[in-house]
Ligand binder design. Sequence first.
Ligand SMILES: C[S@@+](CC[C@H](N)C(=O)[O-])C[C@H]1O[C@@H](n2cnc3c(N)ncnc32)[C@H](O)[C@@H]1O
Length: 311
Amino acid sequence: MNKFLKDVLQGLQSSPKYLDSKYFYDKKGDELFQKIMASDEYYLTNAEMEIFSKQSGKIADKVLTEAKQIDVVEFGPGDAVKSIHLLKELMQKHSISNYFPIDISENIIKVLSKHLPVQIPHLRLKGFAGEYFDMLSLVNEISSNQKLVLFLGANIGNFKFNEMPQFCKHLRSLLSAGDMVLIGFDLKKDPAKILAAYNDKAGYTKEFNLNLLKRINKELNANFKINNFQHYATYDPIPGACRSYLISIKQQSVKIEEAEINFEKNEPVFMEISQKYSVKEIDEILLQCGFEVMSHFFDSDKYFTDVLLKC
Ligand SMILES: C[S@@+](CC[C@H](N)C(=O)[O-])C[C@H]1O[C@@H](n2cnc3c(N)ncnc32)[C@H](O)[C@@H]1O
């Protein structure tokens, strides 16, 4: 059974039901995510973009206090619109040996491999389409250079609060002493501002969530009626957890390949978490995971931080 089918059935046969958000990103999902990022409510992109457009020189200088020449590995680069600023700074300083983007979306890797070397001449790019850690192990096989791993866009928020340290420890175990990591975290702030970012007026987030049902229909021979599901987002300010759900608006059953999945009226399917952190929580957790915090880079509103870590 293919992995996508196995994960979808496992999620929808569980109680409560869930789907894994890493499957949002097919070609249509990539396009919708670009629209979400460009929406007025999605402050995360502007905040992190401000950090990269204004402070990439500072970030590069800090990185180069620890290494003269590095491989840059990027987890989930999307269109690399932020990291391009840092890549350009490091290229100008003749400090990048290789750039290895890793993304589960083959489409993303194809697009980046075509466009990035045009925007940054002489950049040696080799893309890897697949899961973060599987692909990082392949990178380790082909290069033993000192590394800077980028994990931007608050992707780390897609792990639950208690799963995030596990992810960071796994990452640390695949790196060597002297390697560095730059992680983007969305910070706790006005709950209304956070909730609005996951409930945009134009409805792109809703479409993005429903697109996963369309993808399952297309790729797993399923018959979801998309209009029978509604998008619902919540934010709980104490744990800092923003959660998205699809709600079945009626009792219904859906076929996926040979399986039949029953939904009650108003039954939720958990789709995604976007976890928010305080600076104190970030520093404490990362220290426990074996990283030394070198610097925080904040936007002017302090909505977001990119934290530079050393192994
Ligand atoms: C939210 S986008 C962020 C894009 C970019 N980092 C930014 O800040 O604009 C998440 C990206 O991570 C990729 N992704 C999600 N889960 C992944 C996984 N488990 N392994 C590899 N890539 C993944 C997606 O395909 C997508 O390109």
